[in-house]
Design a protein around this ligand. Structure first.
Ligand code: SAM
Length: 220
């Protein structure tokens, strides 16, 4: 586990927490349809009323309303995140909406002991920041019920993009802790491989010229 990487991430997201929701929306100016992509990932969970969904690295809880629409008040959301300030924003969202079915856990996802019998697990724009993403995925799959769904909304560097475009893209997403280390590690390769190894009926949808993808599958 890399303590200094964690500290770097915490510091970045402490600074960004208060304006995170607004900043994330700015990418619309570049034609990046963030909400449509989030909805695609949530749809891939096939949520039903009463389901329990865990979001790994939930941040400010931007996705929570999408889960609520599908699971209803009898369902349950568990959101975990490393950064206290992001969870403070999530807590305000929960209180503002009067949701009583959301549990927030302040933890490094690597240390989280997933409960069993979970219907769905999701992570959006977060898992690839964690070098041990594959181990986290494996633990998540173990926690799912048979037929349970796991979906990820993530970024990758499209093969056909020229270097100048990759560099511009990295510059644009750098404020969210996407670094040269991330670029060199190419986390999308192992994440997609692990998803295909661990799950069945895996499907992948690419968006925004392949920069963004949703990958999802079921536990056998
Ligand atoms: C780009 S934000 C995404 C937040 C949210 N999932 C969304 O879609 O808006 C990345 C989040 O990952 C969290 N994070 C990074 N490393 C983590 C770790 N090891 N465990 C838990 N959360 C982590 C950060 O604190 C931050 O809230």
């Amino acid at each position: 586990m890399n303590a200094s990487l964690n500290q770097e991430i915490i510091e970045i997201y402490r600074k960004r927490a208060q304006n995170y929701d607004i900043t994330a929306n700015l990418y619309y100016l570049l034609g990046y349809r963030e909400w449509a992509y989030r909805q695609t990932a949530v749809d891939a969970l096939h949520l039903q009323p009463g389901d329990t969904v865990i979001e790994i690295a939930c941040g400010t809880g931007l996705n929570f309303s999408l889960y609520q629409e599908a699971i209803g008040p009898q369902g349950k959301i568990i959101g975990l995140d490393l950064t206290d300030a992001m969870l403070t924003q999530a807590r305000q969202r929960i209180q503002g909406n009067g949701w009583e079915n959301v549990e927030l856990v302040h933890t490094d996802a690597r240390n989280y002991a997933f409960p069993t019998g979970v219907n769905a697990i999701i992570s959006t724009y977060a898992l690839s920041l964690i070098p041990e993403s594959d181990q986290i995925l494996e633990k998540g799959v173990n926690a799912l019920t048979s037929g349970g769904r796991l979906a990820l909304l993530e970024l990758q560097v499209p093969e056909k993009w020229p270097d100048w475009l990759v560099n511009t893209g990295i510059w644009l997403i750098k404020p969210f802790a996407v670094t040269d280390e991330w670029l060199a590690r190419r986390p999308w390769e192992s994440i997609q491989k692990t998803m295909r190894e661990q799950l069945v009926d895996v499907s992948m949808t690419e968006m925004y010229q392949g920069l963004t993808y949703v990958i999802a599958g079921s536990k056998s």
